[in-house]
Write a protein that binds this ligand. Structure first.
Ligand code: F6R
Length: 366
C-alpha cells in the first residue's frame, strides 16, 4: 500500500509530479492558450465584479492561501486577504455580497473552515472551495469550486495536497488575469507552457534526495531552525518550518527574510541552522544581503537556489539547486527539498513520520 516506500509521507512526496499533472489535466490547455475551470466559468461575472477575495483556511492550506494571495494580486490585480478560519469566524468580520471567499481544505472536513464558510454565506458572499476530498462537507457547503486531484493523502503532514492547492490557485490567478485583460493571449500561453514543465522539474528535484539526506544528517540534532523566504517563497518558508515542527518535533520558525533584523536575528549563532530560499528572480540581491547578515553572525546557511547560481554558493554552507522557472511558479519547486529534509530528519530521529504525536489527519473539532 505504501508502494515500496517506507512511509506514506515519502510516497506522497514522490507522487507530486503526478498529482500536479492530474490537477491541471483538462484545465490547462497550453496550445489553445485557455484555462478551463467550470467552477469559475459558470460564475465568471461574480469573479470579474468581485471587489475583494478573502481566503480562509488552516495550517498548510492557509500557507497555500498565502501563495494564492501573491499569485492573485500579482496576476489578476484583485485585492486578497488571507485569514485563519478560526480567527475569521469569531471576529465579526466585514464581509459583503461583493466579496468572494475561497476556502481551501485538503480533507474538506476542518471544523473552523466549515464554520467560516457558513458565516461568509450568511453575509452574502459567494464561496468557492478548493478541496481534495470529493463530496466532503466543505465541497458540499461551497457555491462552486475546483478540486485538487492529489489522490488520497494518508500521511498526517500535508505534502501533495499543498502543491496541488498551489496548482489550482495558479490556474485561477492566470485565468482571472487573462479574463480581466491583465495577460495577453501569448503571455498566458507562455505561462501555461512553463507550467506544463513543472511536473518534470519536480521529478528532477526528487532525484537530489541523497544530497538532502546528507544535509539532514548534519542538522538533525539542532534544537531550533529558522526558515526564510521573500515574495512567493515567504509562505514556503512558513510551510518548511511547519513540516519540521510537525514530524520531527524540532522548534522551527518561518519568517519573511527581511523581518529577521526586527527580532529573530538575535537568535542567530553558530548553532542555528537557517534555511533560506534564494531563487534568482525573487528579490535575489536582497536575499543575498540577508544571507550575508546571517553569515556575519556565524549562522549555518542552507540555501535553496536556482541552477547556475554563483553568489549564494560562495556564502552558504550548503546549497540545493532547483531548476529554472517563472518566479511565480517557484513555490512548487522550492517546497520539495524542504519536505524531504523534514522527512529525513524525522526518520533519523526515530519519530513516527506518518502519525506524529498529538495530530490528526482531519481536525473536525474547533
Ligand atoms: C499540516 C497539516 C495541517 C492541515 C490543517 C488543515 O501538515 O496537515 O496543518 O493543513 O489541519 O487541514 P485541511 O486542509 O484538511 O483543512
Amino acid at each position: 500500500e505504501k508502494g515500496g516506500y517506507d512511509h506514506f509521507m515519502l510516497k506522497e512526496i514522490h507522487e507530486q509530479p503526478k498529482a500536479i499533472t492530474d490537477t491541471y489535466r483538462g484545465r490547462l490547455l497550453a496550445n489553445e492558450g485557455i484555462i478551463r475551470m467550470a467552477g469559475i466559468d459558470d460564475h465568471m461575472n461574480k469573479f470579474l465584479n468581485a471587489e475583494r477575495i478573502i481566503i480562509v483556511a488552516c495550517g498548510t492550506s492557509w500557507h497555500a492561501g498565502l501563495v494564492g494571495e501573491y499569485l492573485i494580486e500579482e496576476f489578476a490585480r484583485i485585492p486578497v486577504e488571507v485569514e485563519y478560519a478560526s480567527e475569521f469566524r469569531y471576529r465579526n468580520p466585514i464581509v459583503t455580497s461583493k466579496d468572494i471567499v475561497i476556502a481551501i481544505s485538503q480533507s474538506g472536513e476542518t471544523a473552523d473552515t466549515l464554520a467560516a464558510i457558513k458565516l461568509a454565506k450568511s453575509k452574502g458572499a459567494f464561496v468557492f472551495g478548493v478541496c481534495n476530498v470529493v463530496g466532503s462537507s466543505i465541497a458540499r457547503e461551497t457555491d462552486a469550486g475546483a478540486y485538487t486531484h492529489a489522490g488520497p493523502e494518508i500521511g498526517v503532514a500535508s505534502t501533495k495536497a499543498f502543491t496541488t492547492q498551489i496548482t489550482v490557485l495558479t490556474l485561477l490567478a492566470l485565468k482571472l488575469a487573462s479574463k480581466k485583460g491583465q495577460l495577453s493571449k501569448p503571455e498566458l500561453r507562455s505561462y501555461l507552457q512553463q507550467m506544463q514543465l513543472i511536473p518534470n522539474k519536480v521529478e528532477e528535484l526528487l532525484k537530489i534526495d541523497t544530497k538532502v539526506k546528507k544535509i539532514a544528517a548534519v542538522y538533525k540534532d539542532a534544537p531550533n531552525c529558522l526558515y526564510l523566504g521573500r515574495g512567493f517563497n515567504f509562505p514556503v518558508a512558513l510551510e518548511g518550518a511547519l513540516k519540521l515542527k510537525e514530524i520531527s518535533y524540532i522548534h522551527a520558525e518561518g519568517y519573511p527574510a527581511a523581518e529577521m533584523k526586527h527580532g529573530p536575528i538575535a537568535l542567530i549563532d553558530e548553532n542555528m541552522p537557517i534555511f533560506v530560499i534564494a531563487t534568482n528572480k525573487g528579490h535575489y540581491e536582497k536575499v543575498v544581503s540577508n544571507i550575508q547578515e546571517i553569515k556575519s553572525r556565524a549562522g549555518k546557511i542552507i540555501a535553496i537556489v536556482t541552477e547556475g547560481d554563483t553568489q549564494v554558493k560562495e556564502i552558504a554552507d550548503h546549497v540545493i539547486e532547483i531548476p529554472e522557472t517563472e518566479e511565480a511558479f517557484t513555490p512548487l519547486l522550492t517546497t520539495i527539498p524542504l519536505q524531504l529534509l523534514s522527512y529525513h530528519i524525522a526518520v533519523m530521529l526515530g519519530k513516527n513520520v506518518d502519525q506524529p504525536r498529538n495530530l490528526a489527519k482531519s481536525v473536525t473539532v474547533e
